[in-house]
Design a protein around this ligand. Sequence first.
Ligand code: PHE
Length: 347
Amino acid sequence: MAAGSVGELRRQALEAIDAAMDLEAVQAARTTWLGRKGPIVDALRSIKDRPPEERRDLGLELNRLRDELEAILSEREGSLEEENLRRRLVDERVDVTLPGRPRAIGGPHPLRMAEAELVRVLRKIGFSIVEGPEVESEYLNFEALNIPEDHPAREMQDTFYLRDLPGLLLRTHTSPVQVRAMRASAPNPLRVICPGRVYRRDDDVTHSPVFHQIEGLAVGEGIGMHHLKATLYEFARQLFGADVPLRLRPSYFPFTEPSTELDVGCPFCHGQGCRVCKGSGWIEVLGSGMVHPHVLREGGYDPERFTGFAFGLGIERTAMLRYGIDDVRLLYLGDLRFLTQFQGSEA
Ligand code: PHE
């Protein structure tokens, strides 16, 4: 390299760096001018071919030039990086003052709330939960519960039979789970509740073809009517309040003997008589009774040794009583104006 050409090298390098408008171009200029194959390294390498008296000054000049370019490049890179960052902060700015997108928050359905409350109270009394299938055998739904083929109770509980699966139907009540639970536990004592969906050929203001029940069953040695009454009264008081008027009235079910129904004083008119209680001042909440020996036998218990009581109630009915709902269909229509009234009223 001829003396004085370091100045020329410098001029060219400064011009190239000046022309580099963005970070990539500046980095490319760095590779070109300061890289291992660049002209400065090249020139430094060829110093040894120079006459000895030139070597020192040429080396000094080249090193100075390298340091100068290095400083200029770093400076340019730094400011371009900063500028890039600034631009991104502007381009990608998030306006934290914009209102958020509202999310609709759901809540439990009043039917579910009533079910949860029933289950809570009954578990506290000592019952545990079991479940049975909604598609049930005709046998467990009827025969095992002492309702033979020609029994009039079958007509009151007409249901949906499965055309291609003879012997199966959509259960008309949760009582078949009684037999299932007994068969799973006999000869041990048991105390279970069975919540679930049931089906009947009914459809009017107070009846839906699909509705929900909870069955209760206790089987053991020495269980009597007094246990039935005490349990149901405790249950009703927990559910409807300690002061609610209660009455246990004789009734009839094929699978219990004797059979009883529990009435509560009408919460709408406080016993005065109104449309809801049809003027009687009382509302029926559940069917119950001492488990019929036929049913105990079907469940695998010796009715000479074991006795038990059972009860069954509609969850819709309970929800209507608890929340003052006068049309069962409101529970199925999914009308938010109705449903949102219950949010937050119970856990
Ligand atoms: N299974 C009866 C019904 O659906 C209710 C009931 C259950 C009655 C248990 C007595 C004992 O009407």
